[in-house]
Design a binder for this molecule. Sequence first.
Ligand SMILES: [Zn+2]
Length: 220
Amino acid sequence: MKKGLLYLAFIGVFFACNHTDEINESNLTPLQKLEAGNKRFSAGKPVHPDETLERLRELKKGQHPFAIVVSCSDSRVPAELVFDQGLGDIFSIRTAGNIMGDFELGSIEYAIEHLNCKLIVVLGHKDCGAIKAFINSDGHYEHFDHIKKIIEYIENEKEEKYLASHHELNLDKAINANIKHGVTALKTSEPILKEFYDAKKVQIIGALYDIETGKVTFNK
Ligand SMILES: [Zn+2]
């Protein structure tokens, strides 16, 4: 009898565990989906959803990504891995320092207008090389390459200028200022994004990725 109960308890635990391994996220908001995915990733328990050939074939009919993530090109910050998502889930924009010019904005407008995305995340990360380069250049980047354009862009962000003029410029603060700049730039970008944001049709939020712990902190 005792053995029988033990067996039943074991089966119960087995099925309970199996059940929690499945992810049913249909009732979550886009932001909650990203939060849940990052929780799995940073706990070392990613489930790598939406990576099957079946998913691949299903997406042939069209893509409906639930979020746009603007992150750094840094090889340690791939949005799909950081948020434990798969094919067709994230519309991904990546540049060094997650900065945005016309091409990036046009890509985001496309995802908002035509793919119906409801969430944009500007994802900066700790120890960002692009921001470091800006700080180290101290206003005097001497090479005439295209990296100069990136540094100048960051240098000209009003949030960075504010820090510099108040003698508060350090790497962590500059990274946060850059994220803040990205969020404000998107919220005020005309004609498409401002209109969608003002009409509350899209949520725009900043977030910081810790390259050591794997955790993302959203600026809610
Ligand atoms: Zn970076």
